[in-house]
Design a protein around this ligand. Structure first.
Ligand code: HEM
Length: 401
């Protein structure tokens, strides 16, 4: 038996174009093809919840060593140079993850709460005072990178420039399936900046994540400067735009379903559910790639050794086997535990607690001040990316409480 044919429906890596379509093609694949092969781009894709989550846990047969992204420049045995331990297999991956975890602890993240609230209000309040503003430009696009800079110990005067570079690193051109030159240049500048930051902290430690990573030690093993710089850069790629997109998607769907948002306004205990439902219904990282190390048999076909395999998170999150009425956006749904949005197994998102903390704070402060809001559809722009799904522009008009 071979992988299902998808004619006339085909996987479109530029799915961002369909911003009004609540069912991007790679979410729809699950009903049409549990296993799908794309000959143009030469990848396989798994779409069912059970296969996607089992795929995440099967790190021996589905390797991360060639990277996890569709971008050709970030694919291959050197992917770890840009993606650090996200693009490594155990035992190399496990060694680095354990050392990083020594510095990037839940306690360090929890201690950020007050500062995250202050940062949120410094962007949100002036924007709300105007009544009409772009949620991405003014809040969602600023907060995550500034929180990461705060954690790392980047001095305040440098943060706007760091944010500008981080935005360039993740920017992609319409219809081009690779990393643009401007992104490559910005990456070099950021790496140079982090190299200097690490050198400074080595001379004069401070109470920040960078210094904690320099201190991290397990049985005499420590992280090299290069490894720390690689991790700092990974935070920009993995933790910045994913959280921006989550904040944008939450407001987009809250605007499309005002009765769901009204529930949050009436009871702010529903804010975490707003976040979870957005992560399920329309998550930032819709696809993650792997490489098959051996032939892998499924009831629907065989993925050959060496193949690029996509785990379709967005599709898994709508699977009727895991979520009742999965195509409905329902804040407070009871069956949220199966969420695939942060991955599973050895590469489970290291920043899930930070992403949740940040989005809980930002959306709680928003709902505490805004009775109703409307998204101005004419001004919406989606990002051009195969890695993340979300908005570059999301203009809104708000009515204060
Ligand atoms: C909504 C926000 C986020 C989403 C949807 C998300 C999603 C994911 C996913 C799916 C993975 C697994 C990748 C794989 O299996 O190959 C992952 C890994 C990772 N994430 Fe996140 N992430 C988010 C926020 C963050 C934040 C805020 C940080 C840190 C500041 C972060 C840091 C990481 C790191 C370091 C890894 C690699 C873990 C490993 O390879 O062991 N993420 N993330």
């Amino acid at each position: 038996m071979t992988a299902a044919s998808l004619e006339p429906l085909t996987f479109d890596p530029y799915d961002y174009r369909f911003h009004d379509d609540p069912y991007p093609t790679y979410q729809r694949l699950r009903t049409e093809a549990p296993l799908y092969y794309n000959a143009d781009l030469d990848f396989w894709a798994l779409s069912r919840h059970a296969d996607v989550t089992a795929g995440f846990r099967d790190h021996r047969r589905l390797s991360s060593a060639n990277g996890v992204s569709l971008d050709p420049a970030a694919w291959g045995p050197h992917a770890h140079r840009v993606m650090s331990f996200l693009a490594m297999d155990d035992p190399r991956h496990l060694r680095m993850r354990r050392l990083v975890y020594k510095g990037f602890t839940p306690k360090r993240v929890a201690e950020m709460s007050d500062r995250i609230r202050e940062l949120t209000l410094s962007y949100l309040e002036p924007a709300l005072a105007r009544g009409r503003f772009d949620w991405i430009d003014e809040v969602a696009g600023k907060l995550p990178m500034d929180v990461i800079s705060e954690l790392m110990g980047v001095p305040e005067p440098d943060r706007a420039e760091i944010r500008r570079l981080a935005d360039l690193v993740v920017h992609r051109e319409d219809g081009v399936l690779d990393v643009p030159m401007a992104a490559a240049h910005a990456s070099i500048k950021l790496i140079t900046y982090y190299t200097e930051l690490v050198a400074e902290r080595r001379k004069k430690p401070a109470d920040d994540l960078t210094s904690a990573l320099l201190d991290a030690e397990i049985d005499g093993d420590t992280l090299s400067d290069e490894e720390i710089i690689g991790f700092l850069f990974l935070m920009v790629v993995a933790g910045n735009e994913t959280t921006t997109k989550l904040l944008g998607n939450a407001l987009f769907w809250g605007g499309r379903y005002p009765e769901e948002y009204a529930g949050v306004v009436a009871d702010d205990a529903l804010v975490p559910d707003w976040v979870e439902e957005t992560l399920r219904y329309d998550t930032s990282s819709q696809i993650i790639a792997r490489t098959a190390t051996v032939d892998i048999d499924y009831p629907y076909g065989t993925i050959p050794a060496g193949a690029k395999v996509l785990l379709l998170i967005g599709s898994a999150n709508r699977d009727p086997e895991a979520f009742a009425d999965g195509d409905s956006y329902r804040i407070g749904r009871p069956d949220k535990a199966a969420l695939a949005s942060f991955g599973a197994g050895v590469h489970f998102c290291l920043g899930a607690h930070l992403a949740r903390l940040e989005s809980h704070i930002a959306l709680r402060e928003f709902a505490a001040r805004v009775r109703r809001y409307r998204v101005e559809d004419a001004g919406i722009e989606r990002v051009h990316s195969t890695n993340v799904r979300g908005f570059a522009k999301l203009p809104i008009v708000v009515e204060a409480r």
